[in-house]
Each structure stands twice: as C-alpha cells, then as structure tokens.
Ligand binder design. Structure first.
Ligand code: IMP
Length: 191
C-alpha cells in the first residue's frame, strides 16, 4: 500500500501514525479531501463508528482508508460516557466536572475505567480489518497534570499518575490509541 487516507483532521494523530508506518506509506488526512466533510458517528459501538468512517472515506476516494473511534468507559456508570465521550458536555473541563460529580459517592475500589480505541482499515473494494487497543485505569477525585487532552487529567494509571502527567511519548507507549496503531501497522505495511 502506497497511499492511505486516515479519516481524521487531527494533526497529532496523523503524525503519530506516519511515524509508526514509516516512509513507505504516504498517509493523507481529511484535510486533503475537504469535499468529504463531516462523517456523522451514528453507531453505538466504537467498532461501528470506526467502520462507518473508514467505509465512507474509502468509497469517496477509491483509496485505502483508516478510521479510529475512541472513548472512555467507566464501570460504575455502566460503560458511559463510551461512544458519547466527545459529546458528554460542551467542553473538556465541563465533561470532567460532570463525570466527577456522577462519581462523587463512588469509592476508590469501584472507580475502574478504561480508554478504548477501535481502528478500522477499509480497502478500496470494501474489505475491512479491525484492531482494538485499551488502557486500564481508574477515575481519580481531582484533575492533575498539564499534558494530553480530554479526560487525561482524571484518568489514573495503576501507578497513580494521571495520563496528563505523562509526556506525549510516554502516553503513546501505553495508550489505547498507540496500542491499536501498533497492532494495525503490520496490516498497513504488508499490503
Ligand atoms: P476520538 O474518537 O479520538 O475523537 O475521541 C472521542 C473522545 O473520547 C475525545 O473527544 C475525548 O473526550 C475522549 N478521548 C479519547 N481518547 C482520549 C485520550 O487519550 N485521552 C483523553 N480523552 C480521550
């Protein structure tokens, strides 16, 4: 595979993927195909949403397409916010405040959570392959750390650090997205 369209406009994700696949695969993004526009994430699973986006981009471009969908699943909230992680409240800080308030009476032992990332690769002919990465941890009581984005400041790893207290490279080495990317690399480079 020489050309791949990654269904994202997020520069950070694009750079991370290009770094993993190397110079043999030219990774483009939705910024190179502005006519495609926003693809609604209407499925109720991470796999469903990543497939929806990958299929839409492969159909529109006639090229191999890769798409991701990720989010946070909190056990005490029956897996919420899940696929609604980005839409849980209007801003990152409001999403964090909302989640912490829903867990205010939940003891430490019951605050387990995980980040999940589904990646879907779709061929020009419409064949799909999935990888999934997870990152296990728990929800803390206060936001800590200045790095990362989203729910990182309240997501504590088993060693007690939050994801927002890690450097970019440290996070990529153990994050759900980094793991899903690394599992997908052989699929991208052998075709
Ligand atoms: P996306 O599918 O990568 O756009 O992620 C959807 C939403 O899940 C984001 O807007 C964040 O709220 C949350 N999320 C996904 N990955 C992470 C992460 O690595 N750290 C913090 N929040 C994340």
């Amino acid at each position: 595979m020489k050309d791949l369209v990654f269904a994202t406009s997020n520069k950070g994700k694009l750079v991370e993927l290009q770094g993993l696949v190397g110079a043999g695969v030219h990774v483009r993004s939705l910024k190179d195909f502005p006519e495609i526009g926003e693809i609604p994430e209407t499925a109720d699973t991470f796999e469903g949403n990543s497939e929806l986006k990958a299929r839409a981009v492969a159909t529109a471009t006639g090229l191999w397409a890769l798409a991701d969908d990720s989010g946070l699943m909190v056990d005490a909230l029956d897996g919420r916010p899940g696929v609604y992680s980005a839409r849980y409240a209007p801003t990152d800080s409001e999403r964090i405040t909302k989640l912490l308030s829903e867990l205010v009476n939940v003891p430490d032992a019951k605050r387990s959570a995980r980040f999940v990332c589904s990646l879907c690769l779709c061929s020009p002919a419409g064949d799909v392959v999935f990888t999934r990465g997870t990152c296990e941890g728990r929800i803390g009581h206060v936001a800590r750390g200045a790095h990362g984005f989203g729910y990182d400041p309240i997501f504590e790893l088993p060693d007690g650090r939050t994801l927002a207290e890690l450097t970019h490279d440290q996070k990529s080495g153990l994050s759900h997205r980094g793991q899903a990317f690394r599992l997908m690399v052989p699929e991208l480079t052998r075709r």
